[in-house]
Design a protein around this ligand. Structure first.
Ligand code: HEC
Ligand code: HEC
Length: 204
């Protein structure tokens, strides 16, 4: 009986610990200094291959840092090395909290002719081929759902989003739990994939 009580207390403490594991944005600002050259001082990047991080979910950012460090299910020449600079999980959460607190000022150029197909896919998926509606997880405006680790997509560069969708499709990126993203893009046509990336970039 005593053992049961002790182990449930341990479980309870670890649950509370998980809930309280939060980043400190002020501490994260200094730790993000090395990231500014590519992602921008406030997480608004100037280069389409370097994703915007402003307004991105804290826990999602920390997860990506951990995944880059593991360098198995998500790899990138540059980011694996950069992620190593954040020694602890707390460092990654602090940096995540800093970027989460920044405002996204995206002005990504989009191809207007692709927005209608992109909107259809984003809002309703493709019933015939089994593509799910993106907004079901990423939200109607692409803001994501931070607590569920569904990333913000809105305002992201077309190049970056297209690269990630291809990476999920080929399985080069496989860090999506339960293969949610690999399944979501499996049946997407190239036209749908490009169109949805433009629509996502246009969301604010
Ligand atoms: C030399 C440029 C460069 C520097 C410096 C850099 N990054 Fe990156 N970062 C990239 C690139 C390129 C990608 C996209 C990788 C890919 O295509 O999957 C990326 C992706 C990311 C992502 C994933 C974003 C997403 O939406 O999934 C996070 C998080 C991130 N970087 C955080 C950081 C942090 C924190 C630092 C500083 C410790 C940092 N980066 C420094 C170039 C850089
Ligand atoms: C069932 C929920 C779900 C659905 C539906 C879904 N996604 Fe995702 N998506 C996720 C999750 C979770 C991740 C983060 C995976 C990880 O941990 O790296 C993600 C990641 C992404 C990323 C990478 C973001 C980044 O910053 O690197 C893109 C792009 C994306 N989704 C686009 C889409 C599109 C387009 C659709 C619709 C065709 C879609 N998603 C449908 C859950 C979903």
């Amino acid at each position: 009986m005593k053992r049961v009580i002790v182990s449930s207390m341990v479980l309870l403490c670890s649950l509370i610990g998980a809930v309280h594991a939060a980043g400190d944005a002020a501490a994260g600002e200094g730790k993000a200094a090395a990231c500014a050259g590519c992602h921008g001082v406030d997480g608004n990047s100037m280069v389409p291959t370097f994703p915007n991080l402003a307004g991105q979910g804290e826990q999602y950012i920390a997860k990506q840092i951990a995944d880059f460090k593991a360098a198995t299910a998500r790899t990138d020449e540059t980011m694996v090395g950069m992620a190593m600079m954040l020694a602890t999980e707390q460092d990654a959460l602090d940096v995540g909290a800093f970027y989460a607190a920044q405002t996204l000022n995206s002005t990504v150029p989009v191809d207007e002719s692709k927005l209608e197909l992109g909107r259809q896919v984003y809002k309703g998926g493709n019933l015939k081929t089994g593509v799910p509606a993106c907004q079901g997880c990423h939200g109607p405006k692409g803001k994501g759902v931070s607590a569920s680790l569904y990333p913000q997509l809105g305002g992201q560069f077309v190049e970056y989003t297209t690269k990630q969708l291809h990476a999920f499709k080929t399985g080069v990126r496989s860090n999506d739990d339960n293969a949610v993203m690999r399944n979501a893009v499996a049946a997407m046509s190239e036209a749908e994939l490009e169109a949805v990336a433009h629509y996502i970039a246009s969301l604010k």
